[in-house]
Design a binder for this molecule. Sequence first.
Ligand code: ZN
Length: 449
Amino acid sequence: MKFKQLSVLALALLLPFATMAEDMLAPSQTPSRPKNMIIMIGDGMGPSYTTAYRYFKDNPDTEEVEQTVFDRLLVGMASTYPARVSGYVTDSAAAATALATGSKSYNGAISVDLQKQPLETIMEKAKKRGLSTGVAVTCQVNHATPAAFLTHNESRKNYDEIASSYINTDADVILGGGQKYFTPAMLDAFKTKGYQVLNDFNQLATVTQPKVLGLFADVQLPWVVDEPDAHRLTAMTNKALELMSQNTQGFVLMIEGSQIDWAGHDNDIVAAMGEMDEFAHAVEAVEQFVRNHPDTLMVVTADHNTGGLSIGRDGKYAWDPEVIQAVKASPETLAATAIANDNWQQPLADGLGFALTDDLQARFDHARMQGKDVLAQALKHEIDLRSNTGWTTGGHTGVDVQVFASGPGAELFIGNQDNTDIANKLASLLPKPKKSTAATVPAATPGNG
Ligand SMILES: [Zn+2]
């Protein structure tokens, strides 16, 4: 146990330098330029999320605090500020524009510049070079982050325009939620273009080749904490890797743990830890893929921090994740169930994992009379007080985010950088543009720049 811990630690310390060392020792065996690139974004996943997740997963019966996949892969930090016109605190659209294009823009921009002109994305660059491209997310596929990788729009709020532009992206894999934004005519157009169109998650396992458009929810996928065994993001990640690996020229895949951000906006530590756990599973799946495919680079980061999550509150030197672990569903679902049930007290206590005192029962009863949202708020507040979890905002904060990487080129991401640097480094690792894409790669038409 002790040795294992030490060796993991040693590996983690050496990891950033391993690629360089291997390059020097065996240049012919380890490619310095990756064939495949996987960009993983924990939306809203500021440093307090990965830290909280470490203690959330810690085994309290051992002396040491076990490392997470994030601890293992950490290489650097990134600033996230948007273009000057939007100040220092970015939204997901400007941040995803920076990560997809290497240029800063205004909050709300979907890969367009300050004059609302399209900025070429890494996905478009990859397509021009004959690579496959794809996205797998837990929000609707036309939400800000995947949108900035796939298309261009002056506003993230133009959901319908963004969805209807996807037919022109030529992306090989599009997986997530968002059925309500795709009309039957739009889905027919995808089928005509050779896409398999899925609307049932169970169909995903049967897909054996690209292209695929999988929309598995009306809008976003369910909270992980409400269906912890579904592992949808991991399943979508593994399927995307399987399908995109079929291109011998390589691929660029963007994977997003989208709803870490949504839990942060809701100041919901239970949902946040559930979304973090699933994102961590997906990162581990990609880490395994990179181990098995030494020609693949993975870079994990966040677009910004959400909620101002703090580990400890009210002057107390304590954080108690066992309170969070004991909660059996999202506060939203617990509240909805309690409202639908006249004998709500005992089931709610069971769901929360703690007994309801008379005082607490009276407070929850009062909140319950005012509806689901007020009751969910009361539940979250009680969980926060018991676990000593703090929040400073229902929006984003401007703190720097972490950068995690493994595979050829990972050493480029060591140290401090800007979010635009991440995109520019990734773009620098793409192969040289082909003189004529049409001659060599008939299937790859340029994106809808
Ligand atoms: Zn957000």
